[in-house]
Design a protein around this ligand. Structure first.
Ligand SMILES: [Zn+2]
Length: 326
């Protein structure tokens, strides 16, 4: 195996190339995503969701079992099925309620968080404190998927190809009811779906519309929906997000279709990518989470080449600007 240079080594090489006048700054630190993605196990000790959904970490995380009575966790090799125990309980409850009411045969659960949370080497800006999780917009099939099948089972969009509208050959009221069951869990703070899905929910919700307040339109999210939980009661380390508001949000969708989802003009400046998070820019307690011994005394795990190598530039899909608040 060819050993790839670690981010630290690369940083040192760059720093020395800059000569004696280079002043080390916080930016010289390795990106925190490399440090957190190398940890294979959670820390021992009490659970703490530390910081904000998009800048924080997780101590004492719990793991969602790969299979449950009414769910299967997907892409097991990613090792991202750790969360606050509250999150694990909510997933199990949604899966059970949806199955018992005949709404959904079983959940395909996507990413939750890494064993110690933190930023990931690919895929999400949130999911850092064990209180976010993704649910596929595909029912669990019969027979169940094997572990190997779960690595490659394709994502499937519920939108009609080339449009921002839900494909009625795929979509039915069961999809709506699964999202409704999810929104009605008291621990759920907000849910992100594609604006086309939100529109469909608005059109088909009927008179009972309170739950729609938690369902927010956002880019992407047409193959899965994203669920965010409130900070657990009594947590002193979790930084809450502003309330989702109380209106159903159905009269505010035009901007999404007319502006946000339209292609940028050809001369538009692409949005400047944010510099990656470093430990210096994260809650101080996350340094201790990273250094803490693993639960059960096992090692925190070694870094593999796949985890130390940043994704190729082409893998970073530019998103339209302006970026609204989630
Ligand atoms: Zn997500």
């Amino acid at each position: 195996m060819i050993r790839l240079p670690t981010p630290v080594a690369v940083t040192l090489v760059i720093a020395s190339a800059l000569g004696p006048f280079a002043i080390p700054t916080a930016q010289a630190e390795p990106a925190a995503k490399f440090l957190f993605s190398q940890k294979k196990t959670p820390t021992a000790g009490p659970t703490r969701s530390i910081g904000f959904y998009s800048n924080g970490c997780l101590g004492g995380g719990a793991q969602l079992p790969a299979d449950g009575p009414h769910w299967q966790a997907m892409r097991l090799s990613r090792n991202r099925r750790f969360g606050n125990p509250v999150t694990i309980a909510v997933i199990e409850r949604i899966a059970g309620d949806a199955a018992k009411t005949g709404v959904w045969p079983g959940l395909l659960v996507g990413d939750i968080s890494q064993p110690r949370g933190g930023p990931m080497s690919s895929g999400h800006s949130s999911h850092q404190i064990g209180l976010d999780f993704d649910v596929w917009l595909r029912p669990m099939p019969t027979p169940r998927l094997t572990a190997a099948q779960r690595e490659t089972y394709p994502f499937r969009s519920v939108l009609k190809k080339g449009t921002f509208s839900v494909d009625d050959r795929i979509w039915n009221d069961h999809y709506r009811d699964l999202i409704k069951i999810t929104a009605e869990q008291p621990e759920v703070q907000r849910i992100f779906v594609h604006p086309g899905i939100k529109k469909k929910l608005c059109e088909t919700a009927g008179r009972d519309r309170g739950w729609l307040a938690k369902v927010r339109p956002y880019y992407g999210h047409y193959e899965h929906f994203h669920v965010r939980l409130f900070c657990p009661p009594g947590s002193t380390t979790c930084k809450p997000q502003k309330a989702a508001g109380s209106g159903d949000g159905c009269s505010k969708l035009d901007w999404w279709f007319n502006v946000a989802l339209q292609p940028s003009p050809p001369n538009a400046k692409p949005p400047k990518p944010k510099p990656p998070l470093t430990l210096a820019g994260m809650p101080a307690a996350c340094r201790a989470v990273l250094a803490a011994p693993a639960a059960g005394g096992a090692s925190g795990g070694a870094m593999t080449a796949a985890q130390t190598t940043p994704p190729p530039a082409g893998a970073l899909v530019a998103k339209p600007s302006p970026r609204p608040r989630r």
